[in-house]
Design a protein around this ligand. Structure first.
Ligand SMILES: [Fe+2]
Length: 269
């Protein structure tokens, strides 16, 4: 089973570069499933119904979220009607769910979304919660388990790898918007600390640089905006799982609009 995972899609530039390249990438790599973090897909904050359906039309099958999951009120309905999840460790009263089950050629695949603690909203302990959720999925016979760990702290993501590397197929980090150079397969688990954004690569984490610069220079903030024109990048992890849910190959593909693609292979341990 071949799977693609796209990091945080940031606004229209992110959606456009996916429109241009994803179907070709799906065909070139024979992808069976594409997952993306879409909490910033609608002008940087949240996900609208229109943009969700647009992304599904471009070839994304399942969408995950994070601290911006609830920025657009339409998400309350989307959780019920579309393949969209939010971190499972939001308080139990929050709408939506953190697990999405999908069947690929007769094999059940579980996509899980989790959020870290450091600088994030008040949520339940991700480490204790994920242990029991993974155990119950495995008790149901589900071996293909993919986690989007949405966290600021690289330490939280690395710790999760040590906790779950024997039990899950992949742990892919999101939220910082900056891709890390540590793609690896550890004991059959595909891992990267952060996939990196899909959107403008020449601003400040996908946003126009003016407001962040002013804030850092003067302490005066403002509304973050996404530029109309920018240099975009599409960043995707491609990985392959065997019948028992173990990762047997992984690479990262970076697609630029003004530069040849860059492909990096995972190291294997
Ligand atoms: Fe985030």
């Amino acid at each position: 089973m071949k799977i693609g995972f796209i990091g945080d899609i940031v606004g229209k530039p992110g959606r456009l570069i996916i429109h241009k390249h994803l179907q070709l990438l799906r065909e070139e790599y024979s992808l069976d499933l594409v997952i993306a973090n879409a909490e910033n897909a609608s002008h940087g904050f949240g996900l609208t119904t229109k943009n969700c359906e647009e992304l599904m039309g471009y070839g994304i099958d399942v969408m995950t979220g994070g601290n911006h999951s609830f920025d657009k009120k339409e998400i309350f309905t989307l959780f019920e009607t579309h393949p969209v999840i939010r971190p499972m460790n939001y308080p139990v009263a929050a709408p939506g769910k953190g697990v999405y089950l999908i069947e690929i050629a007769g094999t059940k695949v579980a996509v899980l979304n989790l959020m870290g603690h450091y600088t994030m909203p008040l949520v339940d302990n991700p480490f204790t919660m994920i242990t029991s959720v993974v155990a119950s999925l495995k008790a149901e016979g589900i071996k293909h388990i993919i986690i989007d760990m949405h966290a600021e702290a690289s330490s939280e993501k690395a710790a999760l790898l040590h906790m779950l590397r024997e039990d899950v197929s992949a742990i892919l980090g999101t939220h910082t918007h900056v891709g890390t150079d540590d793609l690896q397969i550890k004991r059959g688990c595909c891992y990267v600390t952060d996939v990196g954004l899909t959107g403008c690569r020449d601003g400040v984490i996908g946003m126009d640089k003016e407001v962040p610069l002013r804030r850092f220079l003067t302490g005066i903030g403002g509304h973050h905006d996404i530029p109309d024109q920018c240099k975009a990048i599409l960043q995707m992890i491609l990985f392959e799982l065997d019948a028992s849910g173990r990762c047997i190959g992984a690479q990262k593909v970076k697609i630029y609009e003004d530069y040849p693609p860059v492909i990096t292979q995972a190291w294997v341990e």
